[in-house]
Design a protein around this ligand. Structure first.
Ligand SMILES: Nc1nc2c(ncn2[C@@H]2O[C@H](COP(=O)(O)OP(=O)(O)OP(=O)(O)O)[C@@H](O)[C@H]2O)c(=O)[nH]1
Length: 224
C-alpha cells in the first residue's frame, strides 16, 4: 500500500475516536483536514483501478477505460457524493418581521441521489412546505440544502428525514413538510425493471402534521 492508500484509515480512526457515525449518508466534513480530499481522490482512483482489473477490463490498452478510475474517483468524491465531504451550504436567516403565518411551498426541486444498496442513480422531484416561525431563509437555500443531503448514497426515507432535520435546525418553523417523488434506477434499469414506478415519501412536522387544513393545502399545492 502506498502512503495515500492509508488516508481513508486515518480518517476512520479519527471518526472512531470521536464516536462519530460514518454511514453512507452521513456527512463527515467536520472530521476532514486540509488536503484529505486530494489524498482520498488518489486512494479511491487506485482502488477503483483494481476493481476494473478484477472485472477483467484491459485498462492499459482500452482507450475508453484507461481514465475511468480517475473519473470515477472525482465523480464520487467531488460530484455525486460531495454531500458527505463538504459542509452544509451557508443559509443566512432573516427575521420574519411581519409575522407571515401562511404556508410557503417551494418546488418542484430537481433532486439527484444514489441508492445505497446498488449505487444506482435516483432522480426525482422534491417539494418543501414551510409555515415560518420567527426566522426565514432565502428560498434558493432549500435547493442547495436538498442537493447537499441527497448528494450521498441514500435511501429515500432517510434522505427525507435528514432534509427535514436540517431545515428544522436552521429555521425552527411552525410547520414543515418534505415530499419527495423519485425514480430509483435500481428498480427501473436493473432488478425488477419496473420502468413506470416511482417512490413518494413525505415527512410532516409541527402544524403541517397536526393541522388538517395546512396538510390539505400542502398536498393541493404540489404541482404535478
Ligand atoms: N425502502 C427503500 N428501499 C429501497 C430504496 N432504494 C432501493 N431500495 C430497495 O432495496 C432493496 C435492496 O436490497 P436487496 O433486496 O438485498 O437487493 P437485491 O436482491 O439486489 O434486490 P432486487 O432489486 O429485487 O434485485 C431492493 O428491493 C431495492 O429496490 C429506498 O430508497 N428505500
Amino acid at each position: 500500500m502506498t502512503a495515500t492508500v492509508k488516508k481513508s484509515q486515518e480518517i476512520v480512526d479519527r471518526l472512531r475516536a470521536a464516536g462519530a457515525s460514518f454511514h453512507a449518508n452521513d456527512n463527515i466534513a467536520d472530521y476532514l483536514e486540509a488536503g484529505d480530499l486530494e489524498d482520498l481522490e488518489v486512494e479511491v482512483r487506485e482502488r477503483i483501478d483494481e476493481v476494473l482489473r478484477a472485472l477483467v477490463i484491459d485498462v492499459e490498452n482500452d482507450p475508453n477505460t484507461e481514465e475511468t478510475a480517475r473519473r470515477m474517483a472525482k465523480l464520487f468524491l467531488r460530484e455525486v457524493f460531495a454531500g458527505r465531504y463538504v459542509p452544509c451550504p451557508k443559509a443566512t436567516d432573516f427575521p420574519n418581521e411581519r409575522g407571515y403565518d401562511g404556508l410557503i411551498v417551494i418546488g418542484p426541486l430537481q433532486v439527484r441521489s444514489t441508492c445505497s444498496h446498488h449505487f444506482a442513480p435516483i432522480l426525482g422531484r422534491c417539494w418543501i412546505g414551510v409555515v415560518p416561525g420567527e426566522r426565514v431563509i432565502g428560498i434558493s437555500k432549500y435547493s442547495r440544502i436538498a442537493d447537499w443531503v441527497l448528494s450521498r448514497p441514500q435511501i429515500q426515507e432517510e434522505a427525507a428525514v435528514q432534509l427535514a432535520d436540517r431545515i428544522e435546525e436552521l429555521t425552527h418553523p411552525a410547520g414543515l413538510a418534505v415530499h419527495i417523488d423519485a425514480v430509483h434506477s435500481c428498480m427501473t434499469w436493473r432488478g425488477v425493471k419496473e420502468t413506470e414506478s416511482s417512490m413518494t415519501t413525505t415527512v410532516l412536522r409541527g402544524v403541517l402534521r397536526d393541522d388538517p387544513e395546512f396538510r390539505r393545502e400542502f398536498f393541493a399545492r404540489l404541482s404535478r
